[in-house]
Write a protein that binds this ligand. Structure first.
Ligand code: CAA
Length: 259
């Protein structure tokens, strides 16, 4: 499938989705968001793809939602725009495949929010994160007020959102906004390496673990634990569980069929 603002490449069971609108620092306009929506559906349906890496072309990951498009929006248009972005980001978050954000540069506003909906965030040394929305006279629109405090804590999230300060990769690492800070020229190689490591595991088990984390985190401990227990039990209906445990006992590498 051809996209105007995105490219997709594949390496073994890993797909790399590159946001490719560098003349506007990959800013998210409606056209790009609709393409992202389609691309996620395509990758979701592709049985050969186990792990997805999202990155950006050029010096930005994504420099936010498109300010030129937003400027003259009516409140109803703005609502639709926010719903569109939030819906796609939630789809990424709940997707039954692991998604890694490889943040190569500016991840601001909606760009930071895109990284936040991914399962793992890897930052190149040139990565920069921030929520500069209040400086534009708007609050956040793609669920950053919900995900950022859950990730870095309420106080740090409030500071970042109220000041609009832009922080570098090192600071983002310190506050737990990125999993790892990686030398810039190794970002993609290391991201692919991690993606392949995840892709080599039992994918049903990875998917169940993602469901347990995502569903459990928004509920109480007992409900979350019950979700985990059921998914743990369900693993024993899969060939992968027999293969994984047999391989361990036979001191060999597991050959998962993801069945
Ligand atoms: N929307 C539209 N265009 C953007 C953009 C954005 N978010 N960010 C950058 N661009 C465009 C610039 O207008 C410029 O276009 P022209 O060449 O046509 O003038 C081009 O990309 C290059 O940008 P700069 O010349 O500004 O590059 P720089 O290196 O000097 O600065 C930057 C980089 C600090 C990231 C700066 O571009 C910037 O501050 N961008 C805006 C960041 C921002 O405020 N993001 C939040 C948007 S609101 C949002 O995201 C809300 C939401 O979630 C719903």
């Amino acid at each position: 499938m051809d996209f105007k603002n995105l490219t997709i490449t594949k390496e073994e069971n890993v797909a790399i989705l590159t946001i490719n609108r560098p003349k506007a620092l990959n800013a998210l306009n409606t056209e790009l968001l609709n393409e992202l929506d389609k691309a996620i559906d395509v990758l979701k349906a592709d049985d050969e793809v186990f792990v997805i890496i999202i990155t950006g072309e050029g010096k930005a990951f994504v420099a936010g939602a498109d300010i030129a498009e937003m400027r003259d929006m009516t409140p109803e248009e703005a609502r639709k725009f926010a719903i569109l972005g939030s819906r796609i980001f939630r789809k990424i978050e709940l997707m039954d495949k692991v998604v890694i954000a490889a943040v190569n540069g500016f991840a601001l506003g909606g760009g930071s929010e895109l990284a936040l909906c991914c399962d793992i965030i890897l930052g190149g040394e040139k990565a920069k994160f921030g929520q500069p929305e209040v400086g534009l006279g708007i609050c956040l629109g793609f669920a950053g007020t919900q995900r950022l405090p859950r990730l870095v804590g309420i106080k740090k999230a409030k500071e970042l959102i109220f000041t609009g300060d832009i922080i570098d990769a090192e600071e983002a690492g310190k506050i737990g906004l990125v999993n790892h800070v990686i030398p810039q020229d190794e970002l993609m190689a290391k991201s692919i390496e991690m993606a392949k490591r995840i892709a080599s595991k039992g994918q049903i088990a990875v998917r169940y673990a993602k469901v347990a984390i995502n569903r459990g985190i928004d509920t109480d401990m007992d409900t979350g634990n019950a979700i985990e227990t059921d998914l743990f039990a369900l693993c024993f209906a899969n060939e992968d569980q027999k293969e994984g445990m047999t391989a361990f006992l036979e001191k060999r590498r597991a050959e998962f069929k993801n069945k």
